[in-house]
Design a protein around this ligand. Structure first.
Ligand code: HPA
Ligand SMILES: [Zn+2]
Length: 353
């Protein structure tokens, strides 16, 4: 076979790429602070009089060369320092929703990190009210159903997380659940047993980052100690067959973020990512963007590059989109409607001419 023909066969077909772009999908793992593009960071810095340690948008982008999770988090928290007013939080989330609509995201669950802001003196109300306004407007104007998940920063203490949950109580109708993010290694789920117990008592949904860089034991801890209903990342699960069996048996979804895993050196290349194997083993894996402004793309870019690198097909596309709806915290009726919409999309694309 000639090299040219081989190359063509290895390329994602235009038809599959267009199909993936147009496919209705849910996004379940997006840190809204990680959607802050350098241009918006500079705009906000200027309007808020915040000085940045970077001379230009280009210089900031050039700093996005990460070696692990912590090297990213240092820049991510610096970027978030420009967020001061309710309008800033609204603008950030609205910019994400416009991207989400372009990628045919019809349901989104957004993580936010209140401690990153309250530590700088920004009131909790400013954060949640700005985000909530964008969520409402996305529903009205873009037809995107969205909700918020409050994440505790695991490098901070549990007492600080408890204080944050206390501060959040008056706004309990504005977020649906709690999660756990930031530096994983050395900060196991067990550290946050009490605050998650309180969140469960309040009727909040529970998720946690686990098994991104950390060992399978952290995934067990997220399930058994925190009561996680979904695991964010979870790609290290394959190291533990008993854990895989449990995740499959209990239909515990994994919100996988392929481009993030490459940028943070969890896998050396996308071709070596284990997403195909996760699906083959029967895990409810989904594709998400994590921190799209930092990791090279929004959700469709994650789909396209992963399909290309792992040579995934239409069957995988259907499974991944189905998983995204099934794994969401939408109501049973909403999930049914989302799944019907997905079926209609497949039927209409492949209807006989
Ligand atoms: O990928 C992540 N992992 C942990 N914490 C985070 N906060 C933003 N993104 C991440
Ligand atoms: Zn994440």
């Amino acid at each position: 076979m000639s090299e040219a023909v081989q190359h063509t066969e290895l390329m994602l077909s235009d038809r599959l790429a267009d199909f993936l772009r147009g496919m209705p999908k849910a996004e379940l793992h997006i840190h809204i602070e990680g959607s802050l593009e350098p241009e918006l960071i500079f705009q906000m810095a200027q309007r808020n009089g915040v000085s940045l340690p970077y001379a230009s948008v280009e210089a900031l982008r050039a700093a996005y060369a990460f070696t692990n999770l912590q090297s990213f988090l240092d820049i991510y928290y610096a970027g978030a320092s420009v967020l001061l007013t309710e309008v800033d939080f609204f603008d950030m989330a609205w910019a994400y929703f416009l991207r989400a609509r372009a990628d045919n995201v019809i349901h989104a669950e957004l993580f936010f990190d209140p401690q990153t802001h309250t530590m700088r003196g920004v009131p909790f109300a400013v954060v949640i009210n700005g985000l909530h306004r964008a969520v409402e407007r996305a529903r009205q104007e873009l037809g995107i159903r969205a909700s918020l998940i409050l994440c505790f920063l695991r490098h901070l203490s549990e007492d600080e997380a408890l204080a944050t949950l206390e501060e959040a109580k008056p706004y309990i109708g504005r977020f649906i659940g709690v999660g756990l993010d930031s530096g994983e290694l050395g900060n196991p789920p067990e550290k946050f047993a009490r605050v998650f117990a309180e969140a469960r008592r309040l009727g909040l949904r529970i998720v946690a980052h686990a098994g991104e860089e950390g060992p399978p034991a952290y995934i067990w801890g997220a399930l058994d100690v925190l009561g996680a209903e979904r695991i964010d990342h979870g790609v290290q699960a394959l190291k533990d067959p008993a854990l895989v069996e449990r995740l499959v048996r209990e239909h515990i979804p994994l919100t996988v973020c392929p481009l993030s895993n490459i940028k943070l050196c969890v896998f050396p290349t996308l071709a070596q990512h284990n997403l195909r194997e996760l699906l083959d083993r029967g895990l409810v894996a989904t594709i998400n963007s994590d921190d799209p402004a930092y990791f090279g793309g929004y959700i469709n870019q994650n789909y396209l590059e992963t399909f290309q690198a792992l040579q995934l097909n239409l069957g995988h596309a259907r499974r991944l989109a189905e998983n995204s709806f099934v794994a969401s915290f939408a109501s049973a009726e909403e999930k049914c409607r989302d799944l019907e919409r997905l079926v209609a999309y497949f039927d209409q694309t492949f209807a006989p001419a």
